[in-house]
Design a protein around this ligand. Structure first.
Ligand code: AMP
Length: 283
């Protein structure tokens, strides 16, 4: 496994390892602090491809003022060990200066998709995400990109950008990995104290409630959202940021739940903002 910090070096190393052979590259972009959610993406990339590249970069462009850029966990040694164990071939580990040198001026805006849901609460976040992913795709030139359903809006926005800008890469979105009690794995879970960790299950419980309501025949989105809100509001540590029922293509709010509707929410547990979602199966 090679750990490479310089984009040009990575471009050359990947070119060399692909040289002349019909080898495919699977790529998993991350911000590190790896957990089973990340490792699952890496495992799939290893299954599907000859070469696996992982990036670890806490991208400052996707953090707003007052967000957790400074405190974001960076257990680099452990991350590198985990990647080695999974058979990763290349870790790309750039720093801010090499990604955004003086004079850097180019950003990618994926239209209105970026201003809804999490984008409404985190202005500029998805501009930062799209920009860094576009840069990473240009450096790694993967055949397959692996993303988690955990960040549903992110996966939708990146897929849109890839389509719109003709990036020659296939997007693979893998299911959400959860703890036994339902909480979705997230690097930000490390911010939670013991009581908050217990409270954090409320996101999953609200999504389960929505699924049960739908399977019992409820289709009215407002009613479902209102029941989810009631459940969450019972928990004193939880503060709803948003709950939305939207279609996956345009993130358009739906009055009636349908097969394939995305139910997404963001909830603050204490100071920690957590997100989760579910997609309604065949109804
Ligand atoms: P991050 O390091 O938070 O930027 O995440 C890197 C990738 O891992 C993204 O594509 C996430 O959607 C994915 N991911 C994070 N948590 C999970 C999870 N619990 N289940 C599945 N994928 C996840």
């Amino acid at each position: 496994m090679q750990v490479i910090r310089d984009p040009q070096k990575l471009i050359l190393a990947l070119k060399k390892s692909k040289a002349g052979k019909n080898k495919t590259i699977g790529f998993v972009p991350t911000m590190g602090a790896m957990h089973t959610g990340h490792l699952n993406l890496i495992k799939q990339a290893a299954k599907d491809n000859h070469i696996v590249a992982v990036s670890i970069f806490v991208n400052p462009q996707q953090f707003g003022p007052g967000e957790d850029l400074k405190f974001y966990p960076r257990p680099l040694k452990k991350d590198i060990q985990l990647c080695r164990k999974q058979g990763v071939d290349f870790i790309f580990l750039p720093d801010n200066k090499i990604m955004y040198p003086d004079g850097y001026s180019t950003f990618i805006n994926v239209g209105r998709l970026s201003h809804l849901l999490c984008g409404a609460k985190r202005p500029g976040h998805f501009r930062g995400v799209a920009t860094v992913v576009a840069k990473l795709l240009n450096i790694v030139k993967p055949d397959n990109l692996y993303l988690g359903q955990k960040d549903a809006q992110q996966a939708i926005i990146i897929s849109r950008m890839i389509k719109d800008l003709n990036f020659p890469v296939k997007v693979n979105v893998l299911p959400i990995v959860r703890f036994k009690d339902g909480l979705a794995l997230s690097s930000r879970n490390t911010y939670l104290n013991k009581n908050e960790r217990t409270s954090a299950v409320v996101l999953f419980k609200a999504l389960r409630l929505a699924e049960i309501l739908v399977s019992n025949g409820q289709r009215n989105a407002n009613r479902i959202i209102s029941r989810m809100s009631q459940l969450i509001e019972k928990n004193k540590k939880a503060k709803i940021d948003y709950i939305a029922i939207v279609n996956q293509e345009q993130l358009k709010e739906m009055k009636k739940v349908k097969t394939g509707s995305l139910i997404a929410l963001a909830v603050k547990i204490g100071k920690t903002r957590l997100i989760d979602n579910t997609i309604i199966g065949c109804i």
